[in-house]
Write a new protein. Structure first.
Length: 210
């Protein structure tokens, strides 16, 4: 079944994204904003979690409440920039497990090269959210999702802050069963494979290595 692509237009997300793009934004503020945007995006991306009824005793009586129905979540950042989104995601779902997939982009071919993969042992019981601030060519996202699919999780969603049309189309074509959430869809990729207008190298700006 073909899944959905959601471009999040919430005013708070868009306001924070405008500050994130600014080349004058400090490393500390950039890191904080990435986490805040991730929190807001997780709030929306978990909207379809199933609920079940539960009776809760309050100081004044019994309330018929709703609780999440036995779903286990996992957040899998693509190293290294994806690490910047983990704290924000965990702030809403602190019980989630965290895996890691390490990829770097070959500067000549622009293709992803994998160097690390560590996922929760019970990944097949979990709904997985793959985290990466940028979806540029789509190569890293496609490779990471391919590694996760080998472990047969319940479902996979991909979350990025900014996407290029080329990467979005590549990911949709590779995995039409994966929901994609992003805060902004930009104009294009430049000749070096960077998103335009984008926000520069997310990893460098998160960790102060620019």
């Amino acid at each position: 079944m073909e899944r959905k692509v959601i471009i999040m237009d919430h005013p708070l997300i868009q306001h924070k994204l405008s500050i994130l793009r600014n080349e004058e934004t400090s490393t500390m503020d950039f890191r904080t904003l990435v986490n805040e945007i991730a929190t807001l995006m997780i709030f929306e991306a978990t909207r379809d979690l199933p609920l079940e009824s539960k009776e809760v005793k309050t100081p004044c009586g019994i309330a018929e409440c709703k609780t999440i129905s036995g779903r286990k979540l996992a957040f899998v950042p693509i190293l290294r920039a994806g690490l910047g989104m983990v704290e924000g995601a965990l702030s809403l779902v602190p019980g989630a497990r965290v895996g890691h997939i390490g990829l770097y982009r070959d500067e000549t071919t622009l293709e992803p090269v994998e160097y690390y993969c560590k996922l929760p042992k019970d990944i097949e019981e979990r709904d997985v959210f793959v985290l990466d601030p940028m979806l540029a060519t789509g190569g890293s996202a496609i490779d990471a999702i391919g590694q996760i699919k080998k472990r047969n999780p319940r479902s996979i969603k991909f979350m990025c802050i900014i996407a290029a049309p080329e990467g979005l189309e590549a990911l949709k074509n590779a995995y039409p069963d994966v929901d994609i959430f992003c805060a902004g869809l930009d104009e294009k990729l430049n000749e070096n494979g960077y998103i335009v207008p984008g926000l520069g190298d997310a990893g460098d700006r998160i960790f102060g290595t620019k």
